[in-house]
Design a protein around this ligand. Structure first.
Ligand code: SIN
Length: 380
């Protein structure tokens, strides 16, 4: 075991020939050389390099399988943050890194409590510390876009927040996690990445967290902003941004310093012959806001539309109409009537609409204020 660890550290030193790699202790219990004032442990502290903190949550990037060819049926969130960092010695050429293990779960188990913890820690450990350049969050890909959107809305200090995952578990042949992690740290450490909000970096692409969505359940090239495109890409681990820093239209920043919980928001998927009781069931189950993944530009049946108006007017519950289509807009003009305050999601998909509605409810926004917050994302 000790011979293996020594070999690993020797490989790290060889792989990072140019920066200074300070000697690390040769046992598993104390691999750190520097602890900062927030108690973050760095595995290297080279004064010529920027500092990045990696917040690990689990997912396939930390997944493990007994088969090197399995890309399904493996265990998500099985490998710890130090192992992930140690698997990519080239990271130490780019930055000093500290790892924070927020959780080690499949992303379906990420809760709003975990999201709040993550955003608060990034605000404190990265935004609040002038010595930190940026943050990386390792995450399962399935609901990664929701976490990315939440962090984009709630961490707003101009430092890059990069969300990264992998489509193949760490034990697979040609696992994508290590290179994705290297690229994520590279972008987080780059001055070019400042003032661009949160970004998803995977498969050589840099995509805005505000717009990105998972477009394919299996393939590596899954994260895209279909209409809006990529902010940039990486070639040979060098980031190239296509545009100067720019804010997505309609994006607003929210402080979560005093937020202790996010109210429940349910998403209802529209389909032919949809029954109105699905809506009332959500209300009776405790939803404080509802998002409809409507057909086309937010469409629901005539009868379901009456049910929506009943819930808005008589239960005081905001309902945002989004689309079940992969891309496109729900404009206000498509869903408005005179008898209730319908809220159109604009260009926000149902998952992002749910996150935004939860944040707005956590800030005790009323129905009109909620409609106004969404209006920035629509063109009418
Ligand atoms: C997950 O989302 O945790 C599992 C799938 C993945 O990370 O790709």
């Amino acid at each position: 075991m000790f011979a293996y660890i020594n070999l690993l550290y020797l490989l790290i030193a060889v792989g990072s020939a140019s920066p200074i790699v300070y000697p690390r202790t040769t046992n598993d219990t104390n691999p750190f050389v520097f602890t900062n004032s927030n108690g973050l442990n760095f595995t290297q502290m080279n004064a010529t390099l920027p500092n990045v903190t990696i917040f690990a949550t689990g997912g396939t990037i930390a997944g493990s399988s007994s088969s090197t060819t399995a890309t399904t049926g493996y265990t998500s969130g099985a490998v710890g943050i130090l192992t992930l960092i140690d698997a990519v010695p080239a990271i130490l050429n780019i930055s000093n890194v500290a790892g924070v293990q927020i959780s080690n779960v499949g992303s379906e188990d990420v809760t709003s409590t975990l999201l709040l913890k993550m955003a608060k820690q990034i605000n404190e450990f990265v935004c609040g510390d002038p010595t930190m350049a940026g943050a990386v969050v390792t995450h399962g890909t399935d609901v990664l876009e929701e976490t990315a959107f939440f962090l984009d809305a709630t961490v707003n200090c101009g430092k890059p927040v990069i969300i990264v995952g992998a489509m193949r578990p760490s034990t697979a042949i040609s696992a994508d996690g290590p290179y994705n992690l290297l690229e994520a740290v590279t972008v987080a450490a780059s001055p070019l990445a400042k003032d661009r909000g949160a970004m998803v970096v995977m498969n050589d692409r840099i995509v805005s967290a505000y717009y990105v969505t998972k477009t394919n359940a299996n393939t590596l090239d899954t994260f895209k902003a279909i209409e809006m495109g990529n902010l940039g890409e990486l070639i040979s681990d060098t980031p190239y941004f296509f545009y100067p820093p720019v804010k997505p239209t309609g994006k607003k920043a929210y402080s979560i310093a005093n937020v202790t919980s996010i109210p429940r928001v349910d998403i209802l998927f529209a389909y032919e012959d949809m029954h109105n009781d699905t809506l009332y069931n959500a209300v009776l189950s405790g939803a404080k806001g509802i998002v409809i993944a409507g057909a086309g530009a937010g469409g629901v049946s005539t009868s379901f539309n009456y049910a929506i108006e009943d819930v808005i007017n008589n239960y005081g519950i905001p309902i945002v109409q989004s689309t079940r289509a992969m891309s496109g807009e729900v404009p206000t003009s498509d869903i408005s009537t005179d008898s209730a305050l319908h809220i159109a999601s604009g260009y926000l998909n149902p998952m992002k609409s749910r996150v935004l509605l939860g944040i707005l409810l956590a800030h005790n926004k009323n129905m009109t204020q909620i409609a106004k917050a969404f209006a920035g994302s629509t063109d009418d």
